[in-house]
Design a protein around this ligand. Sequence first.
Ligand code: SF4
Length: 215
Amino acid sequence: MGQKATFTRRLLAWWRRAARDLPWRHTRDPYRVLVSEVMLQQTQVSRVLEYYPRFLERFPNLETLARARPRAVREAWDGLGYYARARNLHALAKHVTRRNDATLPERPEELVRLPGVGPYTAGAVASFAYEKPVPAVDTNVARVVRRAFFASRISHPASRQVWELTRTLVPKNGKRAWRFNQAIMELGALICVARKPKCPECPVRRNCKTGKGKS
Ligand code: SF4
């Protein structure tokens, strides 16, 4: 089995043991996935756990969000910070309900054209809602991939290189790709953390150019 395949196998085995039980991991509803992804940008999971159910209760789908007054959206977001995210989400809801039958597109190339949706969010919605076998590279994933695959060759690989490498890791099967994307993100959030990675307890240590040999 090749290095990349072993990396994925170990990562997925760890995910089965260690994954946190988070509400957005129980849904494939594209709107709910999108709301979680937008909230999680620049905000701690613990804080999102408070706001996510409240926001969905108030705006359970794209149509209700599209119809809402800006002030109501602002109130529901108040305290989460970076209000531009809510404004973009509101603009997206209006755009999609006007043009796309209130359905979010499935492909990252289409998702990325929506207001406030960057390459990461597009990949995340395509994978976490539609189970498309595509990469979703956020800060956590980029850090894991850089440390694991580039450390000894290139110390600062360009974001394009990190995306391309991640693309080669994503399993072809959509359900497995869903788990892979969740798992690598979780590894970056819990083990391969920014300041002091916990290499001795990392499940992919033996496949990692940075962590190999650390104990
Ligand atoms: S071994 Fe260390 S550097 Fe490598 S992925 Fe794991 S935590 Fe990150």
